[in-house]
Design a protein around this ligand. Structure first.
Ligand code: ADP
Ligand code: MG
Length: 412
């Protein structure tokens, strides 16, 4: 049985921790398991490298940024390989390009296009334990790229798909996927399983436990993915597909929380069919993701267009909004960076329409004003003043009794 295992930044954060991970690899090796290990950079290292680059140039070129950012993983992979070799395990490190990971040319948020698995297949056939640097790849032209923050998750899932591994295991500093970020909700509960669709919503809407693209790969290639603790043994959380008998029948599965967005609003435009097209093109061309888009007509017959963008893109997005405002004859552009987005996620939302009412009542009882609401088949997102975000997560967690197992909850 082949398993691809990824160890995150905190899990390789010091030599002691690397040795702890090595215990796991040695145990599995001795039990005869075939394994490919993917590692992140030691926690904090990538940030330090990027800060150094920013000191070298105020506007560093993305090609060179990818070169420097990709070095962190090479340190941790070599340290793990060295220590494993010292313990008699035939471990060998592989950079992303040595592992055959080919990406597009978007240097800092590259997408994996292909994986040439020959070198890893040969290593496995020879009984070696490959240790692969996460987060990095190479373009067809031979330039180094990185896969965006959290990209090692995607390296692991993509390798699991390409190597037809039995399972992809993501080892991290929590022992699975929880009903909410355990750093915010003390009594959050570990889920035994979560559906792919729910995981997709949770990661898209703020739960940083997995990179969104890694979950997309899970869906595309039906990879069996499990999230586990690097330090404590346990079953973790398995991502399932909806026909799976393992599915927990909770009405609400989890709550995602994001404080990394900002809101933009263009107000008072004469009605025109091209409003949304103009704004989305301007931001899309600049590579800015938009969410919670809303267009409405006020009683004065003029149109307002609102959306959220990643907070790091706020200033660029604001000036693009101002340019669009001129073209579209808008009266004003407004923005707010102090917002939080809280999202309730669950496949149960399809069959329980009262959930929305319960959610809004719970928030209203605490006098939390809602600025935007967006609903989907299995999610409801609300945007509020940033200072109420964590409170809202806790209130909803309690109100929907998420700390309890689904069969103990009798909500309706
Ligand atoms: P790694 O460095 O191993 O990739 P990350 O920091 O990227 O780890 O992801 C793990 C963190 O994700 C946890 O420490 C936790 O605070 C956070 N997190 C957010 N939402 C959830 C959730 N629903 N379940 C578990 N962890 C969550
Ligand atoms: Mg991560």
């Amino acid at each position: 049985m082949l398993v691809v295992k990824k160890f995150g930044g905190t899990s390789v954060g010091s030599l002691d921790r690397i040795k702890q991970i090595a215990n796991h690899v040695v145990k599995s090796y001795q039990a005869g398991e075939l394994q490919v290990i993917v590692v992140s950079a030691m926690s904090g290292d990538t940030d330090k490298l990027l800060a150094l680059a920013a000191l070298a140039s105020p506007k560093p070129h993305p090609r060179e940024l990818a070169v420097i950012a990709s070095t962190g993983e090479q340190v941790s992979m070599a340290l793990l390989a060295l220590h494993l070799q010292h313990r008699g395990i035939p471990a060998f490190s592989y950079t992303g390009w040595q592992a055959g990971i080919v990406t597009d040319t978007d240097f800092d948020k590259a997408r994996i296009l292909d994986i040439h698995t020959q070198s890893l297949q040969c290593a496995l056939a020879e009984g070696k334990v490959p240790i692969v640097a996460g987060f990095q790849g190479i373009t067809e032209q031979g330039d180094i790229t990185v896969l965006g923050r959290g990209g090692s998750d995607t390296t692991a899932v993509a390798l699991a798909a390409a190597l037809c591994a039995e399972e992809c295991q993501i080892y991290t500093d929590v022992d699975g996927i929880y009903t909410a970020d355990p750093r915010i909700v003390a009594d959050a509960r570990r889920l035994a399983s979560i559906t792919f669709a729910e995981m997709m919503e949770l990661t898209s809407l703020g739960a940083k436990v997995l990179q969104k693209r890694s979950v997309e790969f899970v869906g595309k290639y039906h990879v069996n993915l499990r999230v586990l603790s690097s330090f404590v043994e346990g079953p973790g959380t398995l991502i399932t597909f909806e026909d799976s008998p393992l599915m927990e029948q909770a009405v609400v599965s989890g709550i995602a929380f994001s404080q990394k967005e900002a809101k933009l609003c263009m107000r008072g435009m004469p009605d025109h069919p091209s409003i949304a097209a103009t704004v989305t093109k301007a931001l899309g061309d600049a590579g800015i993701d938009m969410d919670l888009m809303m267009q409405q007509c006020g009683i004065d017959g003029l149109i307002d267009f609102t959306c959220t963008v990643p907070r790091q893109d706020y200033l660029t997005a604001f000036s693009l909004f101002e340019e669009c405002a001129k073209t579209l004859n808008a009266r004003e552009v407004r923005g707010d960076q102090q917002i939080a987005k809280v999202t309730l996620v669950g496949v149960g939302l399809r069959s329980h329409p009262w959930i929305a009412e319960r959610m809004f009542s719970l928030l209203a009882n605490e006098s939390i004003h809602l600025q935007l609401i967006s609903t989907g088949e299995i999610k409801i997102s609300v945007v509020m003043d940033e200072k109420y975000g964590e409170l809202a997560v806790r209130i909803l967690h309690e109100g929907f009794e998420l700390a309890k197992y689904p069969d103990e909850v009798h909500l309706s």
